[in-house]
Design a protein. Sequence first.
Lengths: 113, 118
Amino acid sequence: GEDVEQSLFLSVREGDSSVINCTYTDSSSTYLYWYKQEPGAGLQLLTYIFSNMDMKQDQRLTVLLNKKDKHLSLRIADTQTGDSAIYFCAESSTTSGTYKYIFGTGTRLKVLA
Amino acid sequence: SAVISQKPSRDICQRGTSLTIQCQVDSQVTMMFWYRQQPGQSLTLIATANQGSEATYESGFVIDKFPISRPNLTFSTLTVSNMSPEDSSIYLCSVEGGQAGSLNTEAFFGQGTRLTVV
């Protein structure tokens, strides 16, 4: 079945870059997403990438996709304390005609001042 | 975009009781999704609710334990029945949205209901 994996924790110093990695299994995924969850809140879409792209940049965020290795990464430049949150990678998948999202385990990013 | 209001935001319940979580969307949507997020874990899809039909449950989830209502295109409820401490979790309502004419979709989430069963 579909599976999305991430490392559980990442700690960086304020001003450094953060790189959060994700691997997925469903090669038919059309879009891949990064969501952010702050404490006590729901998930908020940060960015997404279409599966025929290698890279997408959006201000401080850079998404890299290696479709051959089924590897997705999110780079946050100049990481700030407000970036501390859990980051979820997700793929959209269609199984037996049903469209759904598969979420990774989430990476807890801690930014040290 | 879609704005989702979910309530209650949190509750502490006695084991053996039931809790109904409400999800209200500010626009009409075809599909609504209910997820569970157990402590320190990712989101697990419980079921998909379409208006006018029975909800479709994922493996490991059954209607008797998690009955769902979907009376119209903007509202749904999830009931957690006969609760045990193992049901302590965050429950999230979600809908799909996207730009008109775009193939892309995005999942929008409510703020979640933090349930603690004692």
